[in-house]
Every structure is written in structure tokens, then in C-alpha cells.
Design a protein around this ligand. Structure first.
Ligand code: PLP
Ligand code: COI
Length: 341
């Protein structure tokens, strides 16, 4: 299979149109059989539920070329389950979990020429999503939906690759208590756009969102969960009902305990504790683990001892082990790797 002529090593995190995508429509209470199509456009009513009231949820996962030349994906069953809980929260029909995995497999296999080669530093990002497609004008759920999966080859999410990030404590809130912070709904990202543009304008890479109720606890960023390492080598990660249950974070907690023998605490993390942490990273499918060198809280700088040039040593071990599992260099726990080809 001949790969596309793409400069894999210089890809950013952007959209490159690939050959095929998966589409299934929901009408009269049932999903159709679904199909792959070459048509990259979506045609819907001007009054579609997604356009009026943002009824849309999505997922993000990646396909990797392993050291021995297979194409694999990482824990797609957890993305299927999370899309189910996202859909339920927005009163959308569930796309069956086994069909979700099948759609991902079909779409990646059909775009094999775009799966970046092993060692290129790039991966194939997979974006499953669904939205209300029929006209809705009173505030209520749509009756018809479309589920789609497309793929795009990507490089690092943050410009500069592994250079530690500088983030700021945001004055904007991300997710209300008992709101939608724990699901992957487009609306959570729409409301973060003003905050991210203003962070970038002020020279920061991302926002650290606090819990809106007390503004004392660390939640997450706009697109990743936090991991901290204490000075005595413990991994600490915020626990909250209003953050997205990151599959990367859950995997890293397992890797830290079972592969690296580290102690892990999943608990509420106070902003006031951060000055005592040794390392900080952002984890997610897109972010993988991106090191944070500095957090700025209204002019007050919290500089992690790991510095502004490299990943901290424990963050690096977590990164190497996780990516080693994903790329087939390290044996994966049972069920983590879905072989596509
Ligand atoms: N938090 C938010 C808000 C996200 O958008 C993402 C990305 O999916 C994550 C965390 C990381 O989740 P995962 O590791 O499942 O990609
Ligand atoms: C992902 O990591 O898959 C996400 O959806 C995060 C997004 C900010 C790109």
C-alpha cells in the first residue's frame, strides 16, 4: 500500500481531507446500516438541531503504525462508551458501541494511505461525531441524527512539540457543577473559544480552568486533563465530576501504578498546592502528555522545577511508556490495542 506524499514530520494539528468517511443516519427511531463515502460535505436543513441549539457530541482517538508495521488504535471501546454517555446527556440516540468500533475500523482501513509511518512523529486522528439533523425550532431534541467518522493525519497539538507550555489561570469558567463538563459536547468547546483566543493574545498556550463553585480547585484545560508529580515522586491528578474523563489520563494512572510502580492520587487538587509540585503535564489524545513549565495566576508565576526546556523525568517516563504501548514497543494490557491491519 503506497502512502500519500505528505511531509509527515512537519504536520501540525490540522485538517487534511482524506479519501473516505463513515456515515450513518438515524430516522424513525433506528440507525441505517451505515456506509463509507467519498463525499466530505454535510448537507442539512438550515434549521437543523445542531445549527440552532448545538445538539452535537464527538470523540477523538488515534490510529498508530506500530514498530512491526501494523495499524492499531487505542482503547476505542472507551471512546464508544463515552460517546454513549455524551449522547444520553444531550437526549440523542446512542450509536451502538460495537458499531462505533466497526465504523472506526472501516474508516481507518479505508484511509490506510494517510496513516503516518512508524517513527514519523505523526498519527492519524480519528473524529467520530453525531448531530441533530432535522429542523428544530422549539427547544427540544431533534428526531433525526447523523453519525460520522472522519480521519486526518496530525502532528503535535501544541506548536513546539515537547517544549514546556505556559498556561494561565482563567477567569472564565468551563463547566458548571452538574452541567456538561464530563461529556464531550461541542457546546463545551464553543464556550471555551473566547477564553482560548484571549489566552493566546496574552501569550499563553492554554487556560487552566478552576471549579466554578469555589474557584479554588484545579479542573482541566480546554482540551486535556492535568497530571502533577509531587516532589516525592507521587502522581496526582484532579478528581471532579465536571471534567472530561480522559482516556489518556485513566491509562496513565494504570501505567504509573502497574508499569512504573508509582503511587497515584486521584483527588481534589487545590490551586494553592501547585507551587509545591515538581512536574506538570496536560494529557489527552491530541495532547498525549504535553509538559507545562509555568502556570500564571494573575501575574503570580508558578514555575515547576522541571523547567522550560524539557519534560520532567517522571512525565517523560509516563510519556515513553504510554507511547511505547501505543506503538507496539511495550506489551499492552489486555484489550488496550485494537489491531486494524
Ligand atoms: N479534557 C478535554 C476537555 C478534552 O477535550 C480532552 C480530549 O479528548 C481530554 C480532556 C482528554 O481526553 P482523552 O484522553 O480521552 O482524549
Ligand atoms: C482530543 O484530544 O481528542 C480532543 O478532542 C481535544 C481537542 C481539543 C482536540
Amino acid at each position: 500500500m503506497e502512502k500519500k506524499n505528505i511531509d509527515w514530520g512537519n504536520l501540525g494539528f490540522g485538517y487534511v481531507q482524506t479519501d473516505k468517511r463513515y456515515v450513518s443516519n438515524y430516522k424513525d427511531g433506528a440507525w441505517d446500516e451505515g456506509t463509507l463515502t467519498s463525499d466530505a460535505t454535510v448537507v442539512i436543513s438550515e434549521c437543523a438541531g445542531v445549527l440552532q441549539y448545538a445538539q452535537t457530541v464527538f470523540e477523538g482517538l488515534k490510529a498508530y503504525t506500530t514498530e512491526d508495521g501494523h495499524i492499531v488504535t487505542f482503547r476505542p471501546d472507551l471512546n464508544a462508551a463515552r460517546l454513549k454517555s455524551s449522547a444520553e446527556r444531550l437526549e440523542m440516540p446512542v450509536f451502538p458501541e460495537d458499531r462505533f468500533i466497526d465504523a472506526v475500523v472501516q474508516t481507518v482501513a479505508a484511509n490506510e494511505a494517510y496513516v503516518p509511518p512508524y517513527g514519523s512523529g505523526a498519527t492519524l486522528y480519528i473524529r467520530p461525531y453525531m448531530f441533530g439533523s432535522n429542523p428544530v425550532i422549539g427547544v427540544k431534541p431533534a428526531d433525526e441524527y447523523q453519525f460520522r467518522v472522519f480521519t486526518t493525519p496530525v502532528g503535535p497539538y501544541f506548536k513546539g512539540g515537547v517544549k514546556p507550555l505556559t498556561i494561565r489561570v482563567s477567569d472564565f469558567d468551563r463547566a458548571a457543577p452538574n452541567g456538561t463538563g464530563h461529556i464531550k459536547a461541542g457546546l463545551n468547546y464553543a464556550m471555551s473559544l473566547h477564553a482560548i483566543v484571549s489566552a493566546h493574545n496574552e501569550g499563553y498556550d492554554e487556560n487552566l480552568y478552576l471549579d466554578p463553585a469555589t474557584r479554588t480547585k484545579v479542573e482541566e484545560t480546554g482540551g486535556a486533563n492535568f497530571l502533577f508529580v509531587t516532589k516525592d515522586g507521587k502522581v496526582v491528578t484532579p478528581k471532579s465530576n465536571s471534567i472530561l474523563p480522559s482516556i489518556t489520563r485513566r491509562s496513565l494512572v494504570y501505567v504509573a501504578k502497574k508499569y512504573l510502580g508509582l503511587e497515584v492520587e486521584e483527588r481534589e487538587v487545590y490551586l494553592s498546592e501547585l507551587k509545591d509540585m515538581a512536574e506538570c503535564g496536560l494529557c489527552g489524545t491530541a495532547a498525549v502528555i504535553s509538559p507545562v513549565g509555568k502556570i500564571v495566576d494573575h501575574g503570580k508565576e508558578i514555575c515547576f522545577p522541571s523547567g522550560m526546556t524539557e519534560m520532567g523525568p517522571i512525565t517523560k517516563k509516563l510519556y515513553d511508556t504510554l507511547t511505547g504501548i501505543q506503538m507496539g514497543r511495550i506489551e499492552a494490557p489486555e484489550g488496550w490495542i485494537k489491531v486494524i491491519k
